[in-house]
Design a protein around this ligand. Structure first.
Ligand SMILES: Nc1ncnc2c1ncn2[C@@H]1O[C@H](COP(=O)(O)OP(=O)(O)OP(=O)(O)O)[C@@H](O)[C@H]1O
Ligand SMILES: [Mg+2]
Length: 256
């Protein structure tokens, strides 16, 4: 299931590439050993691994929010958008205004912003809630609005740090399907962090398994049945279950 070239940076297919990128924080703490990883254009790359293995550090480096200590991070776009665990909606603004806010900051003209926001709101199933305020929405609906806001800025790269972690399992599965729908439509690249092995296997084209001590990538697994741009494509559920099992065994071995 694993091939030697999975995850290794390749200029022809990468939107983001890490070359021997490491991180020592200001207090001297080594969070990441040198990392080599390519985030493929138009694909979903998932990071899994125990708490403290440096997933958020790596994502922040991809965003340019944290500088590598040595090595390089190259990114072929500035059109990025983040989705964090907390939907961070503005309480005093309607769903419509919240969804438009990043595009507005980016000075996307009003009519275009409107059009994109309307499309995104429909795509995440929030039609009819445009005028509602965040306090009137459920947790899942808030996260939907957050997702709609991210795609309204028309990103090439979506950086998602445990975006669905606070949701119940049912809503979480629906959000995963929602993300894949948006991905089919927009074809952005995604760097996605999760603690859910199921989510990793459902969403990932490749899954980087990380461990602590200092943070490093143990293995990058290529999905045997990745998400397809064709919505009628039937995923190989057996192969995906086997992949879940394999990743779960690898992660379990870290605790021994
Ligand atoms: N600003 C900082 N200064 C010093 N150490 C930091 C800083 N930020 C993170 N760390 C440390 O670096 C390590 C990696 O942190 P990071 O947040 O990247 O882990 P993570 O894999 O995202 O964990 P989790 O799954 O709990 O979110 C941790 O040991 C953390 O304590
Ligand atoms: Mg984290």
């Amino acid at each position: 299931m694993t091939t030697s070239e999975t995850g290794t940076p390749r200029a022809d297919v990468d939107l983001v590439a890490f070359h021997a990128t490491d991180k020592v924080y200001g207090n001297g703490f080594r969070a990441l050993a040198p990392i080599d990883l390519g985030i493929r254009r138009g694909e979903i790359t998932v990071l899994v691994g125990p708490s403290g293995c440096g997933k958020t550090t790596l994502l922040r480096m991809a965003a340019g929010l944290t500088e590598p200590t040595s090595g390089t991070m190259t990114r072929d776009t500035d059109r990025m958008s983040y989705v964090f665990q907390d939907p961070t909606l503005l309480a005093w603004r309607s769903v419509q205004a919240n969804v438009e806010v990043i595009a507005k900051l980016q000075k996307v003209p009003r009519a275009e912003r409107r059009r994109r926001a309307e499309q995104a709101i429909t795509m995440v199933g929030l039609d009819g809630f445009q005028k509602s305020f965040p306090r009137e929405l459920s947790g899942g609906m808030k996260m939907r609005a957050s997702l709609a806001r991210s795609v309204t800025s028309d990103p090439e790269l979506l950086l998602m740090d445990e975006p669905f972690a606070a949701l119940d399992e049912f809503t979480r599965e629906k959000m995963g399907a929602e993300l894949l729908r948006l991905w089919r439509e927009k074809r952005f690249s995604v760097l996605f962090i999760t603690h859910s092995i199921y989510e990793a296997c459902t969403l990932g084209h490749q899954i980087a398994i990380m461990n602590t001590g200092p943070g490093h990538i143990v293995e990058v697994v290529k999905s045997p049945s990745p998400p397809s741009l064709d919505p009628t494509f039937e995923r190989d559920e057996r192969a995906l279950r086997a992949l879940q099992e394999q990743i779960s065994i690898t992660l379990g071995s870290f605790r021994e």
